[in-house]
Write a protein that binds this ligand. Structure first.
Ligand SMILES: Cc1cc2nc3c(=O)[nH]c(=O)nc-3n(C[C@H](O)[C@H](O)[C@H](O)COP(=O)(O)OP(=O)(O)OC[C@H]3O[C@@H](n4cnc5c(N)ncnc54)[C@H](O)[C@@H]3O)c2cc1C
Ligand code: SF4
Length: 350
């Protein structure tokens, strides 16, 4: 057996990479900076996942248990990689707990950072208590607390979900589409309607990107079965009259100004590059792509390759990704990293 493969990041991608390597008898070391595994779905307390409808704590929790119980996987939580040197097939990493480890290859599964809505101040987050984010509403549902207005705990009668907050917005340097937030928002709208049948839910959008098969299960189902209303609009600002939060903008279908009061406004926040990416790029000597995500070196021939031989990448570290795509990419990168580690020309060169 070769040296272990180093996996950085213990979210869905890192967990999948470790599991698939173990399945073919390959040891790995999984380094996660937080004290628990599971990545964004666990750390941010997601509720029911798209597309399976399973609770995040069960679906991703199951992946965590599978990794923790596997003897071929060494898990190091609350730990970071501090240096990464050596040659392909013979890398050396220094961990923040003081331990040196050797690795044949490495996979970066370091994920993304949620957009911080304070960077979109005109839409009211950070100013009005009842302007919240999708992750906050996910937490209200997953904690069992239920959907309530943070200002006074009342049950909302009208909720607006604003799409593309921190995505597709050149003014704040975020040109990309975060890919999953239309579908996540339609899902959340249905969850709110299920919990609070008297609550009216409106989704404000530029375009709807419930791509592929999600169009049926989320876009149409949310309207036809759950009576969620969609408003195509350009939003100017979110203000307050002291009681309600007010969304002002233009209905771009009828080209008229619209001003509607709500009990709660939800920002469908996007996926930013991981705030650690500049550091990771320097540490692992890998290139970032122009938006700041970790760049892919080879799209077809060597799945998950970065600009540095022997260092691979998977999941939302590479750009906005769904959980199932992150997992699929991680399996691909794991096989590439395994093949690289077992390449006879590299092993012979040691
Ligand atoms: C509001 C919201 C809801 C979503 N809901 C869904 C959904 O229902 N279904 C779906 O398919 N997708 C959903 N997504 C997308 C989903 O969050 C991602 O697809 C998924 O988290 C990607 O997994 P990952 O492992 O690539 O990254 P992450 O989940 O971000 O995990 C990365 C891990 O790496 C760790 N890490 C980061 N930097 C370092 C470092 N320097 N050293 C060590 N460890 C590090 C992090 O702590 C984290 O544990 C949602 C996204 C948002 C914003
Ligand atoms: S998925 Fe939808 S909400 Fe998210 S950035 Fe793309 S268009 Fe906007």
């Amino acid at each position: 057996m070769t040296k272990p493969i180093l996996i950085v990041g213990g979210g869905p991608a890192g967990l999948a990479a470790a599991h698939s390597l173990a399945a073919i008898g390959q040891k790995s070391i999984l380094v996660e900076k937080e004290d628990i595994l599971g990545g964004a779905p666990i750390l941010s307390g997601y509720a029911k996942l798209v597309p399976t409808g399973e609770w995040a704590k069960d679906a991703i929790g199951g992946m965590v248990e599978r990794v923790k119980n596997n003897k071929l996987i060494t898990v190091k939580t609350g730990t970071k990689v501090q240096s990464f040197t050596g040659e392909p097939g013979n890398f050396k990493a220094e961990l923040s707990d003081g331990k040196p480890v050797e690795a044949a290859s490495a996979i970066l599964c370091t994920g993304f950072t949620h957009f911080d809505s304070v960077n979109k101040p005109e839409w009211g987050f950070g100013t009005y208590d009842d302007v919240v984010t999708t992750t906050q509403v996910e937490q209200m549902i997953s904690s069992g607390q239920g959907v309530r207005c943070p200002s006074d705990g009342r049950t909302p009668k009208r909720v607006a979900i604003l799409l593309c907050v921190g995505s597709r917005d050149r003014q704040i340097g975020r040109e990309w589409c975060s890919k999953i937030c239309c579908t996540v928002s339609a899902n959340l709208a249905m969850e709110i309607r299920e919990e609070l049948p008297d609550c009216h839910v409106y989704i404000y959008y530029m375009d709807i990107r419930t791509y592929g098969l999600y169009e049926t299960g989320y876009y149409w189902r949310s309207q036809e079965e759950f009576k969620v209303k969609y408003i195509k609009a350009r939003i100017a600002e979110v203000t307050s009259d002291g009681e309600k939060v007010i969304v002002k903008g233009e209905d771009t279908l009828v080209k008229r100004p619209i001003t509607i009061p709500f009990d709660m406004v939800v920002h469908a926040i996007g996926m930013d590059p991981n705030v650690d990416n500049l550091l990771l790029s320097e540490l692992f000597n890998v290139d970032l792509e122009p938006h700041g995500f970790i760049g892919k070196g080879n799209t077809y021939g060597d799945l998950g390759a970065t600009s540095r031989p022997g260092v691979y990448v998977a999941g939302s570290a590479t750009g906005p990704e769904t959980i199932d795509d992150s997992i699929a990419q991680a399996h691909g990168a794991a096989m590439s990293a395994y093949a690289f580690a077992n390449d006879s020309s590299i092993v012979a060169a040691e």
